[in-house]
Design a protein. Structure first.
Length: 464
């Protein structure tokens, strides 16, 4: 059986309303990690949970064990701890005054004593100042021979400590722990899974023992399932590691008490959902779907389909690629289909969008290949002008004659479109792309794509 504690909920991503609910009501083990006290307190009850007395005269049988520990990395000094139990016959009380006076107690901590100055109040103090320092050893105290009153409800155990971080300056600190009292005869135990690990989309069967005077609910993720009428339940197919909580609740005289058990199930090859994901080294992914922007680098591989709004990639490989926005990639291999629905594409140092006239760009081909390109622009009606693009090597030799746009009037927009440019490029050629505008007020845009006859290396397009 795995019991919950507050420390668990500080590290496990559960819905906060459930995490706080469990942390506040759990009674098998209650650990204070942020209660305001310098020391931590673990509280265990027998039976677990406590049960209201069925009738007057029932022999006392309940026990409360308290473990005091120092969860910090520094020493803590403590010169007094006071434990206070509520006394009375109400649902918020543990026991009546007569029963409180009959509670027995003992200290399991060497060098510490425990006394009861009044019914329901227990004070622990060190026998010598040398025992004030609390390190990893901790302290233990036991309250037993407790006759719980007949009311179902939740009572509060109050802890007050006089402690210090330097052994000189002591202050008062207080923590309060809520512990339930269930109806007599209640029990829940043996909450377990049919397997601690299942394959992706595998299911698990949960079983437990529980009395009939309670309601039972399975909690997991953001879901809840009423399982009051059963003692086993089979989960839906699981795609990620899952923590299942069994909540047992009972009601009597308008009072509701709850307790929780849990079990964790691992999923092999789980599906991952993350707001932000940082992979520091190599990542091999089957299918990757990204709602927004994806950045892949240094050996990232997607063996299935990649779907993304936009991608920046370096030294990455894809089996298939579907884009809804721009793709900027260096040293990228797409072994299957590549589809870009909108936006610019830059693969193998391939694409250049040059909207500024008279701008020069340089590019080096790392393998034999072809340059494919065209120039186009739209301008207001009656705006005349021409634009040209030329490819030259670094030495000034012309690789291809200028591709010049001519004007065509379409409605109130003049569209300038050049003929397609196809240029064979030898490996190692460094050339300069020049876009010029001899006349007119047009703003041409030329896009070229380098298609390699092999794998390309990494070389950024730079502006001269």
């Amino acid at each position: 059986m795995v019991h919950y504690c507050k420390l668990f909920f500080e590290t496990f991503p559960f819905p906060r309303k459930w995490a706080q609910e469990v942390a506040d009501n759990v009674m098998q083990v209650t650990i204070s990690g942020n209660s305001g006290t310098l020391l931590d307190y673990g509280i265990h009850t027998e039976p677990s949970p406590l049960e209201a007395t069925l009738a007057a005269g029932t022999p006392p049988q309940s026990v409360i064990r308290i473990v005091v520990s120092n969860g910090s990395t520094s020493a803590v000094w403590c010169r007094q701890i006071t434990f206070t139990l509520p006394v009375g016959t109400a649902a918020a009380d543990l026991c009546d005054s007569t029963a409180a006076g009959q509670i027995k107690f003992l200290s399991a901590a060497p060098g510490w004593t425990l006394v009861s100055p009044s019914p329901g109040v227990f004070v622990a103090t060190p026998t010598e100042t040398s025992f004030q320092q609390i390190t990893a050893a901790g302290l233990g105290f036991i309250l037993y021979n407790i006759q719980v009153n007949q009311q179902v409800g939740t009572f509060t155990l109050t802890v007050q400590e006089q402690s210090s971080t330097d052994g000189t300056n002591f202050s008062d600190y207080t923590a309060m722990y809520k512990l339930p009292k269930f109806p007599a005869g209640f029990y829940v135990s043996n909450f377990s899974a049919s397997s601690p690990m299942v394959p992706n989309h595998g299911a698990v069967t949960l079983t437990w023992n529980g009395s009939n005077n309670a309601a039972y609910t399975i909690l997991y993720g953001d879901k809840s399932v009423d399982v009051t009428s059963q003692r086993s339940w089979t989960s839906p197919p699981l795609t990620q590691d899952t923590c299942f909580i069994l909540r047992a609740s009972a009601q009597q005289n308008g009072e509701t008490v709850e307790t929780y058990l849990s079990v964790f199930v691992n999923v092999q090859n789980p599906e991952l959902t993350a707001t932000t994901l940082n992979v520091l080294q190599k990542a091999e992914l089957g299918t990757l779907v990204v709602d927004g922007h994806a950045t892949l680098s240094d050996g990232a591989g997607v063996t299935g389909l990649l779907e993304a709004g936009s991608v920046d990639a370096k030294s990455a490989s894809f089996a298939a690629l579907t884009m809804n926005g721009p793709l900027t990639a260096t040293g990228v291999t797409v072994s299957g289909a590549a589809s870009v629905l909108q936006g610019a594409v830059a693969m193998f140092d391939q694409t250049l969008n040059a909207g500024t006239p008279s701008a020069n760009y340089s590019f080096t081909a790392h393998t034999d290949g072809l340059i494919l390109g065209a120039m186009n622009t739209t301008t207001p009606y009656n705006t005349l002008g021409t634009a040209a693009v030329a490819f030259r090597t670094g030495g000034g030799d012309v690789l291809v004659a200028s591709a010049t746009c001519g004007g065509v009037v379409v409605a109130n927009v003049q569209t300038l479109i050049s003929q397609p440019v196809i240029i064979p490029v030898p490996k190692g050629t460094t050339f300069i792309v020049t876009i010029s505008k001899p006349g007119g007020a047009i703003s041409p845009k030329f896009t070229f794509t380098f298609v390699p006859f092999g794998l390309s290396g990494s070389s950024a397009i730079t502006r001269n």
